[in-house]
Design a protein around this ligand. Structure first.
Ligand code: 2HA
Ligand code: ZN
Length: 305
């Protein structure tokens, strides 16, 4: 190769590398304008507005569709971020991409500064490790990542792949209810179903309950995943609520419906001198009638018929 050609070759390699880096930075920057990121940050804004996220309370994750994951994959300039080993493996999550909140981040800051507070992780081919492929600005993913991933695996198979969103928040009335009610799914579900007509429509399978446990670890993740084999939402005693669903709207709506029913239940008890022996409520027959007329697959084990 002549000296001229060598120089020409070196220059074009440098220019091409520069163009590749620039193209990938642009593609990386564009991810934050993708509709799924907007849906994620909108939910955060709404949850903050509801008062469910004091300090760094709560977290959110979204399982990308294959098309969304392709867009992210195409923008990766350096796909060599280190793999972080999980202390469990979920083979059904192999190769999936999740948009997640960052550890310690405040939900209220996410809508204005998504790049510093949320990020996308990729799960390896065994479902036993993850790596950050976008965002997070050096943060770790949420401390509740083990619960999010285990629950994604369970809900995804329980819903034949429809479930994409797992949302954890600290809504006050649900938490207050865990101070006074027996901590079982049947008791909680019945109290909520009977507090407000919409409830059996929003969560016909009922809600699960997990007793108080240390957050962030594998034990609470496994207990939650076990409950979420049957329920789209699970109450964490003295802590909060996990809700799941196919879309951001449905997941937020489920959280809001459960919290509103807990609020009504608590107010009714207070008006009733603390007792839950109410003058008026929805009968078990009434609940069954809603299920029949709307064709809901309601959990009949939770009805006394
Ligand atoms: O992300 O809510 O459960 C902070 C928490 C932990
Ligand atoms: Zn929490």
């Amino acid at each position: 190769m002549s000296a001229f050609n060598q120089i020409n070759d070196a220059v074009s390699k440098t220019v091409n590398a520069g163009i590749d880096t620039l193209a990938s930075s642009v593609a990386q920057a564009q991810i934050q304008h993708a509709p799924f990121v907007r849906g994620f940050t909108d939910l955060c804004a709404n949850g903050w507005q509801q008062g469910w996220h004091e300090r760094n309370g709560g977290n959110l994750s979204y399982r990308l569709t294959p098309e969304e994951a392709d867009t992210v994959r195409a923008s990766l300039s350096d796909p060599s971020a280190p793999w972080v080993v999980l202390d469990f493996s979920e083979p059904t999550l192999a190769g999936e991409f999740f948009l997640v909140t960052g550890a310690g981040c405040y939900i209220q800051n996410i809508p204005n500064d998504p790049l510093s507070n949320i990020g996308i992780v990729e799960v390896n081919e065994n479902g036993s490790a993850y790596r950050v492929v976008w965002g997070l600005a050096g943060r770790q993913p949420t401390s509740e990542l083990p619960t999010h991933l285990m629950v994604h695996a369970i809900r995804s198979s329980a819903t034949k792949g429809a479930c994409r969103v797992i949302y954890h928040a600290h809504p006050r009335n649900v938490i207050a209810m865990t101070a006074v009610e027996p901590l079982d799914a049947r008791t909680f579900t019945r109290a909520l179903w009977k507090a407000m007509t919409e409830c059996i429509i929003a969560f016909p399978e009922g809600v699960g309950v997990v007793p108080w446990m240390v957050p962030g670890g594998r034990t609470i993740a496994q207990a939650s995943a076990e409950q979420m084999k049957h329920f789209a939402a699970v109450v964490w005693a003295q802590h909060g609520l996990f809700a799941s669903g196919p879309t951001f709207d449905e997941t937020f709506g489920l959280m809001q419906t459960i919290e509103k029913a807990a609020d009504i239940y608590g107010r009714a008890r207070m008006m009733n001198g603390g007792s839950n022996d109410f003058l008026n409520t929805i009968s078990d027959e009434g609940l069954a009638q809603i299920a029949d007329e709307l064709g809901l697959d309601a959990n009949r084990d939770f009805l006394d018929l």
